[in-house]
Write a new protein. Sequence first.
Length: 202
Amino acid sequence: MTDRDATPQHPILIVDPDSVGLTDLPESLARIQCEVTCVGSASEALEALEGEGAYELLILEIDLTGRNGIELLGDLSGLSSCPPAIVFTRHGDNDLLRRRALERGAVEFLDKSMGLDALQATVRRHIGTTRTAAVASARRGDHALIIDDEPVICELIAKFMRQQGYEAEYAHTADAGRDLIMKEIPLILFLDIQMPGRSGLD
């Protein structure tokens, strides 16, 4: 028996037409001891979730065959048991879709452009949690990240966001900001484009 065989595997269901038949995403999650099942439509996802298999996490795209990902999130509320749902989509910059997904119980909303490392970090945070606990944690953890080389600007924005009920933290370089993002994806990001060294665009 290999070390990997002896390591508990975390079953994850991916609902994304782009993932079916591809290996990058499943292989990325396999490196953090996840056992991945891929389907391409909302109906296949519901069938899998209502079957005998138990999944610890659900990762879904908005663009699905038939019912879309937002509609699927609404369907999940009718299930007797459902894992936390992470939206990993090419529409990650769409604030309206983000709000609708979070309102329907998604615990995270990530843009695919952030890459597989960001998804890995997010999956690690939610493995082993229930949907109810994950949603509650996500709501408690709504936070803003400010990346700016001007300390006074960081302090002013952080103070304002805390007054609005958010947790707020800041970094003064692009690299330091990236490290914070890899630990936890912020709900709101304030990013200065012009900084010494690597810029905000980098």
